[in-house]
Write a protein that binds this ligand. Sequence first.
Ligand code: K7E
Ligand code: CUA
Length: 665
Amino acid sequence: MNISKRRFTQLAAASIGAIAIIYACAPRAKTSFVTGDAASRVYIAPGAYDEYYAFMSGGYSGQVSVYGLPSGRLLKLIPVFSQFAEDGYGYNAETKPLLETTYGFVPWDDSHHPELSQTDGVPDGRWLFINANNTPRIARIDLTTFETSEIIQIPNSAGGHASPFTTPDTKYIVSATRFSVPIPNSDVPIDSYKQNFKGTLSFITANDPGKMDVAFQILMPGYNYDLGHAGKGPSDGWFFFTSYNTEQANTKLEENASQNDKDFVAAVNYKRAEECVTQGVAKATPVEYYHNYVDPSSRIAKSEKKSSVKMIDPAQCAGVVYYLPTPKSPHGVDVDPTGEYIVAGGKLATVIPVHSFTKMQKAIADKAFDKTIDGIPVLKYDAVIAGEVQKPGLGPLHTEFDGKGYAYTSMFISSEVVKWKLGTWEVVDRMPVYYSIGHLMIPGGDSKKPWGKYLVAMNKITKDRYLPTGPEMAQSAQLIDISGDKMKMLLDFPTIGEPHYAQAIPASIIKDKSLKFHKLAENTSPWVTKSEAEGGITRNGKKVEIKMIAIRSHFAPDNFEGVQVGDTVNFHVTNIEQDWDILHGFAVLGANTSEIILQPGETRTLTWVPKSPGVYPFYCTDFCSALHQEMQGYIRVSPAGSNVKLIANVSPKAQAQISGGQAGK
Ligand code: K7E
Ligand code: CUA
């Protein structure tokens, strides 16, 4: 959701009727929709695997959480846009560059939409992308490691919400600015909104890991751009974005942006945009943004600053964008598996409008235009609408598809999932959800080939569903069986942060590609230590570099002397294990940062600035072996200017291997 829950509810109530308030949050009979065999349908016996991986956005936690379906078991948290003390992501030297932006180091964000890469319109399990809403960015998560491997900042944008939806071939993922701003951003009066504020739609190349870039941007009227989805099949080559605030209000949007009966879906012909780029119509526009990516062999992230994007003005590139009038302040826009129907979720609309791609093409050919806005023709509503779902419920937001001819739409205000038939537009089933649903998700449900067995409802308000945990309750997901004619409620499970959206994929597509460890022989970190004999301590001015290994059940070297107050000490620790799931950790007394967690075969760096003389222990933080509690060492800190010699304590065996015989060379 883009609007606070309460205000949204009030607004909708004002627009649609007071009944909305009652629907939104009133607890109902809680178990009446659960069928008798629900428990066995979601039970995964100890040691058995779930059928699907579900990737849920962490919302304002900035992360992604990975669940198994149908069990609802939490498998992993993947840190993306926020620092994560549990493994040192965004704290250690290797990963910090991922969070660099033109605003400096940004260690938090609000993520909304996980999106799996696709091949021929079907999720392929290579990568998961996710957007940052606040400081617009897109991250790539590699699904062999379940780690963030790349983050690109989106320039000329101020709210990366309609993102990072993919084209069927993952050539592009997109980002549209939710907030219009002056472009380039500049110091102007806010009430000059109508003259000075613009939107942008960005197309980012995505198929080449480590090489994401902004291919081009399209300069749009100053509306709010909300969500998007690519065409597929016949509509392949097009992208659809919702917009609201076509009133161009800059204050009290709750009221002032809810005036127009219809806002727009922007239909973008991105093949046409490519032509305009090739023909030199796109203007090279100076603007700075960061591209950060992890080098796979050193596992060290690098930042590069870019300085220009290609900007397309639709008035100069005829046929690149058309507006489809759409009631009323639309939120979601979803394209059915055949690629013919474009379904918009009008938050305040009393119907669910469905546009026809075939009719849209005809309307364009016939020039069935109402008017033109900044070079963008507005097509006639009647010329593009395929149908409207009547009386669907209150507050339609998002729609997914089961691949069997049905669509499922979330109803925020009336707290329900509504199933309806494509083509006849009749509602065939309803399922109450608890409470105030945002997105819903069917594995592959926005693709050409949905796996239409389960649906997950992601609800904003939990209230009485779980044991009370004070004023703030976890948000809640609900698993619904959609394999039959009627939906069946199977399971509630709490989520991490606010999972606006999620995607899921059969486990079989991913699980066998999972990496088990990093090959030590291929570790190219400049700070790698492959054996105890390579470890040691060196001084470079006030910087002290320590290289050490971690292996069951010791660090080596494990005692260090010669450090002085005023030094900055970098502990470069390499886990030399070559075995699946054997981790070590490292923490030192008084460190002003998180621990580091070391995957097998990798090198991580913890930076420590001792403040006073003494002897400080360090230890392994991950219970790795029977002698884990023995996995420790000491570092001695002397006053500045002391003549204590730099010493790293190594075993006689390692000592013998060290040429020249001096530890800590
Ligand atoms: Cu509807 Cu950000 Cu996709 Cu939340 S958004 S619900
Ligand atoms: Cu290594 Cu505990």
